[in-house]
Design a protein around this ligand. Structure first.
Ligand code: CO
Length: 210
């Protein structure tokens, strides 16, 4: 059997199991999608949103990219964000990074990897913002772990800087923003930042006419 054929077989078994457990499972999900959460995670195959949070299809709206970045010119991310906030009316946005992130590690090197350099530049910028704290860490692994956490915090702040989030904060008092870091070693998630709707951010980024 070819590797991908196994996936199709497993799909049949999974669909079967779902219907056995809950005959209405698919008919219920087919008609409406009302997730409470938007997940912005890393593309890394070891960090699947539903699996590590014990959630089911229909519960989390998901966007993933390399190193879970929130880049204000990324049309893909902004489209997902606007749809989730404005139309799905999610209550929470979770940016979830993970220790041992290859994207973060690559951003700490001086190797040129091609087009990905431009993407990882965003992580180098976070590194520069926290240069002293980073330099004070001597152990390279601890340094990478710190950068993972600092980057997640920065991405949460990037969300708060968007007009999409600020508008929802002003008129709907949602969503709450969360920055999490998942550990590949024990499967546990650490909460590194939380921002309530309406949190004041640097006034340079505040829009007063939304
Ligand atoms: Co990663």
């Amino acid at each position: 059997m070819k590797s991908y054929e196994k996936l199709l077989l497993q799909n049949k078994a999974w669909a079967n199991e779902k219907v056995t457990d809950d005959p209405e499972f698919f008919s219920r999900l087919a008609s409406i999608q009302t997730p409470e959460f938007l997940w912005i995670g890393c593309s890394d195959s070891r960090v699947p949103a539903n699996e590590i949070t014990g959630t089911q299809p229909g519960e989390i709206f998901v966007h993933r990219n390399i190193a879970n970045l929130v880049v204000h010119t990324d049309l893909n991310l902004l489209t997902v964000l606007d749809y989730a906030v404005t139309h799905l009316k999610v209550k929470h946005i979770i940016v979830c990074g993970h220790y041992g992130c290859g994207g973060v590690k690559a951003a700490m090197t001086h190797h040129s990897l091609g087009i990905i350099d431009k993407w990882l530049r965003n992580i180098k910028d976070v590194h520069r913002l926290h240069r002293e704290r980073m330099d004070a860490m001597k152990d390279p692994e601890a340094q990478a772990d710190l950068l993972v956490e600092l980057s997640v915090k920065e991405q949460v702040m990037n969300l708060a800087k968007t007009a999409i989030v600020q508008k929802a904060w002003k008129h709907k008092h949602r969503p709450q923003l969360h920055g999490w870091v998942y550990s590949l070693k024990d499967g546990l998630i650490k909460n590194v930042i939380e921002m309530e709707a309406g949190t004041r951010i640097d006034s340079l980024y505040e829009y007063d006419d939304l």
